[in-house]
Ligand binder design. Sequence first.
Ligand SMILES: Cc1cc2nc3c(=O)[nH]c(=O)nc-3n(C[C@H](O)[C@H](O)[C@H](O)COP(=O)(O)O)c2cc1C
Length: 204
Amino acid sequence: MATYKIAIIVGSLRKDSLNRKIARSICALRGDNLDCSMVEIGELDLYNQDIDTDNPPASWKRFREQVGAADGILFCTPEYNRGVPGVLKNAIDIGSRPYGKSVFDQKPAAIVSASPGSIGGFGANHQLRQACVFLNMPVMQQPEAYLGHVTDDSFDADGCLKEGPLKELVTKLAHAFHDWVNAILRARELLLHDAAKEQAKEPA
Ligand SMILES: Cc1cc2nc3c(=O)[nH]c(=O)nc-3n(C[C@H](O)[C@H](O)[C@H](O)COP(=O)(O)O)c2cc1C
């Protein structure tokens, strides 16, 4: 089974972020076939089109390179005031530009939102999905990942998910995400292969 490079982008800068712990759990549960790396977004300069020149800020270059090198993206985010946290929106805007050179283009993704609240960051999750539609990213549909009632108590002292329904759902998510990335990338490969074969058949 193929292993894919996954860039994880967490929408919280909090040291003990629940979303970061969920992201780590997804990697741990599927570490055999998901080669995950955290892409940090806290130090990114604020997006400003005036400085998006041939020599943009170093923090943007680093971010674009890290995301660009990934096969797929896993977003794990809290909801702030029913929307996407500002730091995450800033990262999305940085990765999406310069126009025509978005590092998100065509990358398969999953969006997980976790909250102590009951609706599991539904608002942020869907706001982010809206951006991903525009960014031409195929986003996993199921299982839905609005993780509600997540608290520090959902994890053990090592930050691992305790046994129970949340861990079961996160395990399903981890497997589904691998399969999703695999399906999208394999299908694209096959289409390119078929197109190359057709072209080879055409008379000169
Ligand atoms: C500015 C702010 C706005 C918030 N708004 C929401 C909200 O709209 N919905 C929600 O479920 N939780 C909201 N919360 C609570 C967060 O879900 C909670 O702090 C969560 O632990 C943040 O995620 P993290 O643990 O990954 O940092 C808000 C928290 C902050 C600091």
